[in-house]
Design a protein around this ligand. Structure first.
Ligand SMILES: Cc1cc2nc3c(=O)[nH]c(=O)nc-3n(C[C@H](O)[C@H](O)[C@H](O)COP(=O)(O)O)c2cc1C
Length: 169
C-alpha cells in the first residue's frame, strides 16, 4: 500500500505533539507508513501521499508553526489528501460535541480543499510556558482534556478515508 502519511504539528507545550504521535501510531497499525513531525522541521511534503496538520489553539488561532506550514507548503498540500485537527478546549466540550475550526483554519481548509477537521480537547499543566499559561494553571483551570479514545477513533476513520482517497487517485 503506497500510503506514506505525514502528521505535522504545531505545539508550545507538547500536548499536540502527543496527539499527532497517537494518530501516526494508529495509521501504522492500519498498515500505513506514518510519521509525526514538528511542522517547523518539515522541509518538503513531496515524499508524502497524504498529510494531516494539527495545531494547538492560542487566542483563537492555530499555533504559528501550523499556520506557517500550510502557507509554506500551500501548492503541495493542495495536491494531496489533507486533514486538519486542532487541540485546545480546557474542558470536556470537545468530547461532547463537534467544535468547528477557528476562522483562520476554516479559511485554510477552503483554500487547500482539506477533507476534514476535528477539534480535540487540550492540555495545560504545571510547567507550561508563558505567563498566561501559568496563571490558568494556578487558578485551577488547567488539566488534561485530551480524549485518546476519541483521537484513536478519528485516526482510524481517517486511515480509511486516506486509503479510499489513494485508491481514487
Ligand atoms: C495563552 C493561551 C491561550 C489559549 N487560547 C486558547 C483558545 O483560544 N482556544 C482554545 O480552545 N484553547 C486555548 N488555549 C488552550 C491550549 O490550546 C491548550 O493548552 C493546548 O492543548 C495547547 O497545545 P500545546 O500543548 O500543543 O501547545 C490557550 C492556552 C494558553 C496558554
Amino acid at each position: 500500500m503506497p500510503n506514506n502519511v505525514l502528521v505535522a504539528y504545531g505545539t508550545t507545550n507538547g500536548s499536540t505533539a502527543r496527539i499527532a504521535e497517537v494518530i501516526a501510531e494508529v495509521l501504522r497499525k492500519d498498515g500505513m507508513t506514518a510519521e509525526a513531525l514538528p511542522a517547523r522541521s518539515v522541509t518538503s511534503v513531496e515524499p508524502y501521499d497524504a498529510v494531516i496538520v494539527g495545531g494547538g489553539l492560542y487566542a483563537g488561532r492555530w499555533h504559528k508553526d501550523a499556520r506557517r506550514f500550510v502557507r509554506r507548503h500551500h501548492t503541495a498540500l493542495a495536491e494531496r489528501p489533507l486533514w486538519f485537527f486542532s487541540s485546545g478546549p480546557l474542558d470536556a466540550s470537545a468530547s461532547e460535541r463537534d467544535i468547528p475550526p477557528v476562522p483562520g483554519v476554516h479559511r485554510a481548509m477552503v483554500r487547500l480543499g482539506a477533507e476534514g477537521h476535528v477539534t480535540f480537547g487540550g492540555c495545560l499543566e504545571e510547567g507550561a510556558k508563558g505567563f498566561i499559561a501559568r496563571k490558568i494553571v494556578a487558578s485551577g483551570k488547567g488539566g488534561d482534556f485530551r480524549d485518546f479514545e476519541q483521537i484513536e477513533r478519528w485516526a482510524a476513520r481517517t486511515a480509511g478515508e486516506i486509503a479510499g482517497a489513494s485508491a481514487v487517485r
